[in-house]
Design a protein around this ligand. Sequence first.
Ligand code: PEP
Ligand code: MG
Length: 325
Amino acid sequence: CKKEMQMLSDLPAETRDGYRVQLLANIDHPGEVASALAQGAEGIGLFRTEHLFLGRDTMPGEDEQFEFYVQVVQRMRGRPVVIRTLDYAGPSSPFFQPMHYEPNPFLGCRGIRLNLNFEEIFNTQIKAILRASAFGRVKVMFPLISRVEDLRRVKSMMRQAQEELLRAGKNFDPDIEVGLLVEVPSAALTAELFAPEVDFYSIGTNDLVQYTLAVDRASAGINPLNQVLHPAILRLVKNVIDVARNARKKVAMCGEMAGEPLATLLLLGLGLNQFSAAAGALPEIKKVIRAVTLKEAREVALRTLQLSGPEEVRRYLEQEMKSRR
Ligand code: PEP
Ligand code: MG
């Protein structure tokens, strides 16, 4: 079985008719890189940075952050690494004092709003990320963007950080790619407005589901699979993929839907370029991709979009998978 996995990890994520997609891993820590590579990850599609900030009283400085990020970049040896800026939700950390109490933290000051409101913290983080970009292929991605203005502002803060690094004589990749994490319905609905500002899109279905369907992502008892297969989510995902492809930008998915084999045919058929998931999910996703043609996947996607509810979508996709075994 180990041998089979090793063989599979060396094979490309390609359909039977030669359509190639990329499989990337989501990680929280440099220690996860080895297993991501062993499972065949061709890059890191989401490096969450919260891990370094959690459970401590003082903020990690620029050098400490740089060390954390560059470990991943070096271990990936030139493969792409998408680093997401800090995305706190829920109770505030000591660094964000004084932050007033928020009755609905998921609707409050998280993601990009933190980045914009706490300039010093953002400036330190973005400089550390930029410095790591001198050691490999780093891309930066911003969370919880709901309007283009926020992205423009954060990009101008990034330019300022680049100037500071230049003045300090520190190296970075001046052409670092910038991505939009599409996880708020307003961004998914207006995806084309972001095209001039971004190099790539990445769809975050975990939050997209919570904000589109009014379900708390942390709630037990709500079937997560049923939520991502909701026709509203499928339409938003389709819109982002169509917009990205028309604008000739790459489009990835880093939400958990990308690691769900039942959704693989559908996402492939919709035209997704990159699947980013927990490393352990990648071999199974690759198996599904290698067993079909792009034409078949497109037909599945077309049929799926005509269905009226998540249960119906799930049953249809299960049937498709069964008929291919
Ligand atoms: C998402 O929301 O889908 C996502 C990828 O980010 P996180 O799960 O870290 O919020
Ligand atoms: Mg999210």
